[in-house]
Design a protein around this ligand. Structure first.
Ligand code: ATP
Length: 269
């Protein structure tokens, strides 16, 4: 098999004294769309920031296209990020720029191209997300789903080899959600890229991805294709798939005994 596009090898990372990731290993091949699932605070966004080089691993290796992100200098990081596209839940559009200028922004900033070519590229990207007709609108004139699609067109402006999505479905109505899901798959395949999707949306992601990693306790605790995940007996995976509020992932964050915190005296008979 060819070199994976992304490989994490026994990665350890924490903020301050506390390790969030202790022994995280995973692989993403070219052409794949991979979902990352895990409880709140399990380190999914942190994982994306390690891949994007905003954070550096304390131990282990983060390889993108065979190069160690942790060892890159500023120039190498800049070049690597040029090949990444990111779509974050709160990755807002520039409110004072039109839809067209939002999508043109990375092209103008990172690629020295004549305006006529920028125009063709912007219209092509907007066409790909079905919004060529919205080129002249301002962000406040868009619905939430349309705004997410424009942000997606902006993220693919430079034809990335790797797309990183952080909760791309959050806050969308069911139709917009399905549209974004379909676009994630189609754009990945059209670009010949790979995509990593951090999501809580089990139903949508199982219908579109090739592989799923479940994270807990700082590492990957389960993984598989959507069919393997659906058939899994793993208690954590079952809790996720069935949307059960309590299970291996506890409903309650560990806390002092409730009665003690309320200042109640326990009187035993
Ligand atoms: N800049 C930071 N400084 C200190 N702690 C942080 C920082 N960013 C995140 N954390 C902590 O690291 C842990 C992992 O955060 P992260 O955002 O990666 O989790 P997540 O799995 O993406 O969570 P969610 O699904 O809730 O978005 C959390 O406990 C969070 O409070």
């Amino acid at each position: 098999m060819s070199t994976p596009l992304v490989q994490l090898d026994q990665v350890r990372f924490g903020y301050g004294d506390h390790d969030i990731l202790s022994d995280l290993s995973l692989t993403v091949q070219r052409g794949q769309v991979v979902a990352i699932m895990g409880g709140s605070g399990s380190g999914k966004t942190t994982l994306l920031r390690l891949i994007g080089g905003q954070l550096r691993a304390r131990a282990g290796r983060v390889l993108v296209d065979g190069a160690d992100v942790g060892g890159m200098n500023e120039t190498a990081l800049y070049d690597m990020r040029r090949k990444l596209g990111m779509l974050f839940q709160f990755g807002a559009l520039f409110t004072d720029l039109s839809v067209f200028d939002n999508v043109a922004f990375p092209l103008r900033e990172r690629a020295k191209l004549p305006e006529s070519i920028i125009r063709d590229l912007v219209l092509m990207k907007l066409h790909a997300v079905g919004l060529r007709g919205a080129a002249n609108l301002m962000p406040f004139e868009l619905s939430g789903g349309m705004a997410r699609r424009v942000a997606l067109a902006r993220a693919i402006a430079l034809d990335p080899m790797l797309m990183l999505y952080d909760e791309p479905f959050t806050g969308l109505d069911p139709i917009s959600l399905a549209t974004i899901g379909q676009l994630i798959r189609e754009l990945n395949d059209a670009l010949g890229a790979a995509s990593i999707v951090v999501t809580h949306d089990v139903a949508e992601s199982l219908s579109l991805v090739d592989y799923v990693y479940f994270m807990a306790d700082g590492k990957v605790i389960a993984q598989g294709t959507p069919d393997e995940v659906r058939a899994s007996d793993h208690p954590f995976v079952k809790q996720f798939i069935n949307g059960e509020p309590d299970g291996p992932l506890p409903f309650h964050k560990p806390a002092a005994p409730y009665a003690q915190e309320l200042g109640l005296e326990i009187v035993r008979a």
